[in-house]
Design a protein around this ligand. Structure first.
Ligand code: PLP
Length: 214
């Protein structure tokens, strides 16, 4: 099977399991080459996600699409990320929001990263810390508040986690009505996430194959 046939089959299988046509599929191409991104673009994919600035810069300059950044954020990389990312899913620090706004030259959609357990290793903030971040986004000139992103703790049963995430998202929308989107669900759990209200799913290995690292 050619790489094109393989990607086409995997993509079709994922798309067939997306029960809600309004859900945005972001194909996470991290660690995979530009050639795969080009094939996926030809197959109709228009949203791609990356976890590293260098990779995002390279692939986004080769393939015209909507580019998402969902990796860990380092302050010194923000200026570069702002040059290619149309959407950022992993903001969780007020100073990063202020800096991103000051270095952005065009508008960027923002998902604030929620953490269910406050474990710093996966990033994100607990619910009570979201409003300060949301206010910082609303006060900015270049950043649009889109919603919340969350990667649940592995120890939690996925449906339990996504139900809790959706409840937090509903309360958040109560205070920040612009934040209608919910970025939740990866290869292993996107169907459950969609069931529980995810509007954006970030799927990598189910389409591109398993990665050795990251
Ligand atoms: C790698 C990654 C994904 C995609 O994960 P898969 O399990 O390969 O689908 C989604 N979101 C984040 C934050 C990631 O780091």
């Amino acid at each position: 099977m050619s790489r094109r046939d393989e990607l086409a089959a995997n993509l079709a299988a994922v798309q067939a399991r997306i029960s809600n046509p309004d859900v945005t599929l972001i194909v996470v191409t991290k660690t995979y080459p530009v050639s795969d991104v080009q094939i996926l673009k030809e197959l109709g994919v228009s949203e791609f996600g990356e976890n590293r600035n260098e990779e995002g810069l390279e692939k986004s300059s080769a393939v015209d699409a909507t580019w998402h950044y969902q990796g860990e954020i380092q302050s010194r990389k923000l200026r570069d990320i702002a040059q290619w990312a149309d959407v950022i899913h992993s903001l969780d620090t007020a100073s990063h929001i202020t800096k991103l706004d000051s270095v952005a030259t065009s508008s960027i959609d923002i998902f604030l990263q929620l953490s269910l357990d406050g474990d710093p290793s996966r990033g994100g903030v607990i619910e009570s810390e979201l409003p300060v971040l949301a206010d910082a986004v609303l006060a900015s000139s270049h950043l649009n508040l889109k919603g919340l992103m969350c990667v649940p703790p592995v120890a939690l049963e996925p449906r339990t986690a996504f139900i809790e995430i959706a409840a937090i998202h509903r309360r958040f929308i109560g205070a920040f009505p612009a934040a209608q989107s919910l970025s939740a669900g990866m290869s292993g759990d996107y169907e459950i996430a969609i069931d529980c209200g995810a509007t954006h799913i970030r799927v990598g290995s189910s389409i591109l194959g398993s990665r050795t690292a990251r």
